[in-house]
Design a protein around this ligand. Structure first.
Ligand SMILES: Cc1ncc(COP(=O)(O)O)c(C=O)c1O
Length: 433
């Protein structure tokens, strides 16, 4: 029995939208009301006094986060983007310094480097979990390299063992963008707690959230102090008499979290394990339904790691399934299903890198006289990352409040598109896709 694809005028599988990603409940409502009762919505001051480190909710959140993640310091921010900026600043990256980075990440990971006039040097990803490939990393290290920036994309840890070994060998700091992977383990260690600094996001799409927010963690006294200074007008505080070891990157800003966000984040932290478990159950159902389809690679964890499934990614073996990811996604979207092509275009293909325009219109920071290298952003520098656009499709709806029935619908959508691939290929030929 043939079913007409919705893309070609057939009936879509799903006609209603997806419900809001609501991770909050009565506990968060109570916590917010308690903050409102107290009527102190932020207790930070950007001066050298006892309020430099924030209010009671912020401090409590940082203490609880540090305990849960087994680190000495957790420093809260108003977003992971702010925390990433502060992390790069704290690691003393400056004009002319190169930072090795995956191109398969969100733009903020790389712009944090540019914010301190550093130069992102992209290295390729591995095709199993889409993270930085240790194999191609060493050849990109130069005398100008200062740090390695790792993202645990989709909630699965990068191969931190070999990456840390390389960093040690070359005297580089490792910063982990763990925005998508709170709770994911690598060799029994939590992602984000392996390098010098790790950063988590609490934005509204993440596994746990407080609307907007971020947390940086570290075991290093000096890095913790520098993170806090950059969060809260470093230069102003130093002018007001706060002692500091180095003035490098102390420009700082207002990257502070409010008391309401911190109160919500505290409740969310208590729910992290349950919310992650629910994602795993949904993924397990979906994987079982799709297992055995020739040419379809399912997501899962490497034996040394665990996955928190921030996104669910399917890999298409185009030797077996002759449909490129954009066409597959178009057909699934027409069925009413939430899917995206891959994730982000490799970052170096974005106009910022292609046209080398960051600050002003003179090519800074790429043309900075302190930069003596010749970084390339040509198409082809990371062939595997470029390939992902044709072979990976992903969705973020493997999360509460979705149910097994929603997973069943996704499975039926994928099966329908694959069963009718001849219709789809004909369509693509007429559309010139
Ligand atoms: C990998 C990664 N890094 C950084 C960020 C930035 O997080 P935030 O929105 O909290 O600034 C995100 C958010 O989507 C992300 O997925």
């Amino acid at each position: 029995m043939h079913a007409q694809l919705a893309l070609l005028g057939g009936k879509p599988l799903r006609t209603k939208g997806y419900p809001v990603h609501a991770t909050t409940g009565e506990e968060e409502k109570k916590a917010v009301l308690a903050v409102l009762e107290r009527a102190i919505l932020s207790e930070f001051e950007g001066t050298n006094n006892q309020y430099f480190l924030g209010g009671e909710q912020v401090k409590a959140l940082e203490g609880e986060w540090a305990e849960k993640f087994g680190v000495r310091y957790a420093v809260s921010f108003n977003s992971a983007t702010s925390a990433l900026f502060a992390a790069v600043g704290a690691c003393a990256v400056g004009p002319g310094d190169e930072v090795l980075i995956t191109p398969f990440t969100m733009s903020a990971t790389a712009t944090a480097i540019l914010a301190f006039n550093g130069i992102p040097v992209f290295a390729d990803v591995e095709l199993d979990h889409y993270n930085l490939d240790p194999a191609g990393l060493e050849e990109r290290i130069t005398a100008r390299s200062r740090a390695i920036f790792v993202t645990h994309i989709f909630g699965h840890p990068a191969a931190m063992g070999p990456i840390m070994d390389l960093a040690k060998k070359h005297g580089l700091r490792v910063i982990e963008d763990a925005a998508q992977s709170p709770g994911a383990l690598y060799n029994g260690k939590l992602s984000g707690t392996i390098g010098a600094i790790g950063v988590y996001s609490l934005n509204c799409n993440k596994v746990i959230q407080c609307g907007e927010g971020g947390i940086a963690v570290t075991d290093d006294d000096d890095l913790a102090q520098r993170l806090r200074l950059i969060r809260n007008h470093g230069e102003a505080v130093i002018a007001a008499g706060m002692a500091v070891g180095s003035l490098v990157n102390m420009i700082g800003g207002n990257y502070r979290m409010t008391e309401i966000e911190a109160a919500i984040a505290r409740e969310q932290l208590r729910k992290l394990d349950d919310l992650t478990q629910r994602r795993r159950e949904l993924v397990s159902y979906l994987n079982e339904r799709l297992r055995g389809i020739p040419g379809l690679g399912l997501p899962g964890a490497r034996p040394d790691s665990t996955h928190v499934y921030y996104r669910y990614a399917l890999k298409i073996d185009r030797e077996v399934i002759p449909i490129d990811a954009p066409l597959f996604v178009k057909a699934l979207n027409a069925e009413g299903l939430d899917f995206y092509v891959s994730y982000m275009k490799p970052l170096y293909l974005q106009p910022l890198y292609q046209r080398r325009i960051g600050y002003g219109d003179k090519g800074c920071p790429f043309s900075c006289p302190f930069y003596r290298g010749e970084v390339s952003y040509e198409r082809g520098i990371c062939p595997q990352a470029e390939e992902l656009e044709k072979m990976v499709i992903s969705t973020e709806i493997v999360r509460p409040p979705q149910t097994f029935a929603d997973m069943e619908e996704i499975a039926r959508g994928v099966e329908k598109v694959l069963a009718e691939k001849d219709q789809l290929l004909k369509y693509a030929a007429t559309e010139g896709m």
